[in-house]
Design a protein around this ligand. Structure first.
Ligand SMILES: [Zn+2]
Ligand SMILES: [Zn+2]
Length: 704
């Protein structure tokens, strides 16, 4: 593709001197335009080199992607490169291939993939040409004294493996070349130990390991294990950690240590997938089913899927681990594309908690709690065990309503209710969870003037309040996005739970992941049904994974732990499978259903989303994009393999005064879908002439 020449600057310099040697470069830039851009250099430049080039009135850092014998536009119009950045070697070939693949697969300009995944300093002109640039960020970073955090780590001994673990470790360590392994292990079955042994093996062979986790919150715990088991033994700091919570300088230092091969293990969240690792020999993706691996803006990539691609490209093993694998991965394991390894026993012989369903249809609930749950909590508290009440809804009540006229609190900027929150000091406020808008609670109904405004339903704050009345002697803590807003507060709250200073913990999904509560005897799940009946076909899969994860917090160190799920639909397969801890049964059921109606993994999807101030504009754009396909049968030869659905408004159609609609594209053939999308995306600039409409494409969307 050629950039429109009008974009390229046409003022300086004069005609190119035919006698001077010229190298014609095609450069990727972080601009929302398809294609690469032509530049000229009087020195030979390797592919992968970063350069500073003029672009319009600006200067930008770009990456040289191709060398050409001739420019693709008139040579006189081609601008010279302004500076060749040599503080780093050119980006390696495998990194270039990964970026190319991601750009092609997710239908984004190459520059919008390559540049944003570099540490900030490496892609900022001011870092090299500013007044205080001092030789660039790499030079400055190297000049800083390195700390040595590994020195105070006490090496830890490896525990004994059980038979399942030993088999898994042997299988993984025996893999030659590419292989994707699905490590399916119930919570507490010792997946981490398998990861550690596999990592040790790769390190011993002189290879690097990329260890991915879904969330920053999970890195400190793993970082400690990795340091104690691997770094301390190696006698130096061979670990680098990378996540979005790092300051620019920290991230650059970690990136450089990995890129230079000084760090041998990279522990990181999804963005770590784009780090160059010269000796990469093993990739581990923990909690592979977790939605956090999917980037939700810009390049909407799945780091899990890119990990599999990268392993395949490099001819190395990749281990995807989960207690509740994504149905995509499970399907691949069932069809033999992935190697399935199962850990079926809990380590330390801990029992799985008993899961009991409480049918709430004919029960009188008090503040959302069934008598069964209250009694069970009383018993556990008497036995000095901890209880967890899980409710995936923060705030006091999801909506405030007028008892006389039916008025409900609504966000003025979104099609959503505002949530009642109890702020510190007992003051109430209404807050929109979609746009963040906050307002005072009205003294009286804005419609009828009645003063009888009541909270409807309940969130974690209200449950906490009610539990305090029911159990006045119990020490109660709440963990959700509100109670952990301050930096370090989540760690402090979890530390109190671990220290036994909390009797009852109330929390949202924040408590579900990664934490190992040794004295937790009972988990109560409220309001699970709200997660079951969603328009999204992945809702049951998500609910199952989440409840398995919450249930897995209980009984790791004590016998007879119990999980109570309150539901109006106890006969639903997802709940029935939970009572048996039966992931396999659930997956078989869900896959049969998906096959019958042709949903992923039996179909491949992409979602075109449009946003505008008026819904009509967004819908018109999507209709035009849809009609374009029918109007150009010559451009879309395989259109019969593609299903284009009608454009529909999103469920929450308006957020912050922007109306949103989407158009689903589906095909049973991935190559056909990819071919279709690339032609369709080329036509987008001519379709998206109305600047009031913003659009984006998401390949393999997780939420529909
Ligand atoms: Zn009213
Ligand atoms: Zn709002």
């Amino acid at each position: 593709m050629t950039a429109p020449s009008s974009i390229l600057p046409s003022r300086e310099p004069g005609p190119h001197n035919a006698d001077a040697p010229a190298y014609w470069l095609r450069v990727a830039l972080d601009v929302p335009l398809p294609g690469l851009f032509d530049y000229r250099s009087d020195q030979d430049v390797a592919v992968g080199t970063r350069v500073i080039v003029p672009f319009g009135r600006r200067k930008m850092v770009g990456v040289v992607v191709q060398l050409e014998d001739q420019p693709t536009i008139d040579a006189h119009l081609v601008k010279p490169v302004e500076q060749i950045l040599s503080d780093l070697p050119p980006m390696p070939d495998d990194w270039m291939r990964l970026a190319r693949f991601a750009a092609q697969y997710y239908q984004r300009p190459l520059g919008e993939v390559m540049l944003p995944c570099l540490p900030t300093g490496l892609r900022k002109v001011s870092a090299y040409q500013g007044k205080r640039s001092g030789g660039g960020p790499v030079v400055r970073s190297d000049a800083r004294k390195q700390s040595a955090p590994a020195s105070d780590v006490t090496p830890a001994a490896a525990p004994q493996l059980n038979a399942d673990q030993e088999k898994a470790v042997n299988e993984i360590c025996g893999i030659q070349g590419f292989k994707a392994v699905l490590l399916h292990g119930i919570t507490g079955s010792g997946k981490t130990e398998v990861y550690l042994r596999a990592a040790q093996h790769a390190l011993a062979q002189g290879r690097q390991v990329l260890f991915m986790v879904p969330e920053i919150n999970l890195t400190p715990q793993l970082e400690r294990s990795l340091r104690a088991r691997l770094t301390a033994v190696a006698g130096g700091d061979i670990l680098a950690v990378m996540h979005s919570g790092l300051a620019d300088g920290e991230r650059l230092r970690a990136w450089l240590r990995v890129q230079r091969g000084q760090a041998r293990i990279l522990l990181g969240t999804r963005l770590a997938i784009f780090t160059p690792l010269p000796d990469l020999g093993l990739i581990i993706v923990d909690e592979e089913h977790d939605a956090s691996y999917k980037q939700q803006d810009g390049l909407r990539y799945s780091a899990r899927d890119l990990a599999v691609w990268r392993a395949h490209d490099l001819g190395i093993p990749v281990v995807l681990g989960s207690a509740t694998p994504s149905l995509e991965s499970w399907h691949h394991a069932q069809t033999g594309q992935y190697l399935l390894l199962s850990l079926t026993h809990r380590a330390r012989d801990a029992e799985l908690p008993a899961v009991r369903l409480v049918d709430t249809r004919r029960l009188a609930l008090e503040q959302g709690l069934s008598p069964h749950l209250v009694t069970a909590m009383q018993e556990r508290l008497q036995d000095k065990q901890q209880c967890l009440v899980f409710l995936n809804r923060r705030g006091y009540a999801p909506v405030l309503s007028c008892a006389s006229c039916g008025w409900v609190s609504q966000c003025t900027r979104c099609t959503a209710y505002t949530v009642l929150h109890r702020a510190r000091g007992g003051r109430n406020l209404l807050s929109c969870h979609h746009c963040g808008y906050r307002s005072q609670v009205p003294r009286a109904c804005p419609d009828c003037g009645d003063q009888d405004l009541r909270p409807m339903g309940r969130g974690t704050q209200r449950v906490e309040e009610h539990l305090a009345e029911l159990f006045p002697d119990a020490r109660i803590a709440r963990i959700d996005a509100d109670s952990t807003r301050l930096k370090g507060s989540a760690e402090a709250l979890f530390a109190k739970v671990h220290a036994g200073e909390v009797d009852i913990l109330v929390g949202t999904q924040m408590v579900a992941k990664g934490h190992d509560f040794s004295n937790l005897g009972l988990v109560g799940v409220l309001n699970a049904d709200s997660m079951l009946f969603s328009q999204d076909f992945r809702a049951p899969e998500r609910l199952f994974a989440q409840l398995m994860q919450v249930a897995g917090r209980a009984g790791r160190h004590l016998k007879g732990a119990e999980v109570i799920i309150q539901t109006d639909y106890p006969e639903q397969p997802v709940y029935q499978a939970l009572t048996r801890h039966d992931y396999k049964g659930f997956a078989e059921y869900a896959l049969t259903e998906r096959r019958a109606v042709g949903l992923p993994p039996f179909a491949h999807q992409a979602l075109l989303t449009a946003e505008a101030r008026e819904l009509r504009l967004a819908m018109d754009f999507l209709s035009a994009a849809r009609d374009f396909v029918g109007q150009h049968p010559d451009r879309f030869p395989a259109a019969d393999l593609i299903t284009l659905y009608d454009p529909v408004p999103l469920r929450v159609v308006r957020v912050a005064n922007i109306e949103r609609a989407q158009l689903l594209v589906e095909s049973s053939s991935r190559p056909a879908l990819q071919a279709f999308l690339s032609v369709w995306m080329q036509a987008m600039p001519q379709l998206a002439v109305d600047t009031r409409v913003r659009w984006q494409l998401e390949v393999d969307p997780l939420e529909i």
